[in-house]
Structures are given as C-alpha cells and as structure tokens.
Design a protein around this ligand. Structure first.
Ligand SMILES: Cc1cc2nc3c(=O)[nH]c(=O)nc-3n(C[C@H](O)[C@H](O)[C@H](O)COP(=O)(O)O)c2cc1C
Length: 196
C-alpha cells in the first residue's frame, strides 16, 4: 500500500509540509509506504477548459509538471492534500493540479474512486474550514473515502514568519489521529480486496 501527500505551498519550511510530514510519518509507522510531493519549484498550468480530455482521456496541456504528479496520484492507494489558506481559499497552484487531475479522472475512468484520503489546511488565523470544505468537495466528487479525526484537519500556524506549526499541539494531534484512521481504513480495504 502506498500513500502520497501533496503540499501546495511554495514556501521553504512550509507549515503545510510540517503537518503533512506528521501524517505521512504516522502512515509509515503502520507499514504504509509514503511520498511527500511538494509543488515548490514546480509549474502546473491552470486548466484551459478545452475539454480535450473528454475524448482523449488525458490532459493536452504540455511543458509543465502535471503528468508526473498525476501518475503518482493514480498509482497511490491514499492521497492527502495539504494547502495553505490564502484569502480563505486553497492556493491556486494546487487548484490547477486538482482541476486538471479531477476533470481527466471524471471523463476517463474515475481513477481516484475508492482511494482513501483527505485534506489538511493551514492558516494563521481564519479561513481553514472554507478551504478544508473546498478540498472535501474535490475528494467527494472523485468518489474517494475520507476518514475523520478528533477535529477537522486544520493547522493554526503562520505567525512570526509563518514557521510556527510545531507549536500547534492540537493541530498536530488531529492530523496524527486522521492518519491513524486513514491507515486503519486502508488496511481494512486492502484485506477486503484479498477476500474478493
Ligand atoms: C497571500 C496570502 C494570503 C493569506 N491569507 C490568509 C487567510 O485568509 N487567513 C489566514 O489565517 N492566513 C492567511 N495567510 C497566512 C498563511 O495561510 C499561513 O502563513 C500559512 O501557515 C502558510 O502556509 P505555508 O507555510 O505552508 O506556506 C495568507 C498568507 C498569504 C501569503
């Protein structure tokens, strides 16, 4: 079993990456292979709405980093998506990836259906739940299964140079519990698939 975490932040020492690493470490402890994919240094052009994917079953936008990340998303059994909150929203570079991946998937074979995963959103003060809901809608329309936690997976970080996620004990514990539930669910589903 494999899970990936996609971090939408472009920042070095990103708070979003910090929480994602906590989740991925938790999955690793439960023998699930993980990979952190950061969008830092990568280019994902926005969806142009060309609808080529309806007939071609692939995205025809070229010369960016979409295809490699999309392949990893299709290959993974679990996907966690982490976004900083910018003006109460998911960051645009992440939405470019999700718009294109989601639209190709919807027209080409529901690639993400029954994968397990969920969002993590990180803000300094407010807007977490709006961005969290935005990502949940993406998970649900793609037929994915989202486990809960003891709270929503939101990190309260971003003060003092936006590097203080490690002080957010409740946020860290929420994310760890989410990952525990995700591992539990992935193990059940995997065992179920062997049972036929
Ligand atoms: C353009 C911009 C918009 C932001 N908007 C919000 C916001 O709406 N609410 C909030 O609480 N923090 C906001 N922040 C702060 C970031 O969400 C916060 O610093 C977060 O921890 C950054 O995550 P990162 O370190 O993973 O990039 C904003 C920061 C930037 C640069």
């Amino acid at each position: 079993m494999k899970a990936i975490g996609i971090a939408g932040s472009f920042r070095e020492n990103s708070n979003t990456e910090f929480y994602l690493k906590k989740a991925l470490e938790t999955l690793e402890n439960r023998k699930i292979k993980t990979e952190l994919i950061s969008l830092r240094g990568k280019t994902i052009k926005p969806c142009t709405g060309c609808y080529d994917c309806v007939n071609l079953h692939r995205c025809t936008i070229e010369e960016d980093d979409f295809e490699g990340i999309f392949d990893k998303m299709k290959d993974a059994d679990g996907i966690i998506i982490g976004s900083p909150v910018y003006f109460s929203s998911v960051v645009p570079q992440l939405m470019s990836l999700l718009d294109r991946a989601g639209f190709v998937a919807l027209w080409s074979g529901k690639f993400f259906a029954r994968k397990v995963g969920g969002p993590i959103t990180v803000a300094r003060r407010a807007g977490h739940n709006l961005a969290f809901s935005q990502l949940l809608l993406w998970f649900f329309i793609n037929g994915m299964i989202v486990p809960g936690s003891t709270y929503w997976n939101v990190g309260v970080a971003g003060a003092r140079g936006a590097r203080n996620a490690k002080e957010d004990e409740e946020g860290i514990n929420t994310v760890i519990q989410f990952a525990e539930n995700m591992a539990w669910l992935m193990e059940k589903i995997c065992r179920g698939s062997f049972d036929g």
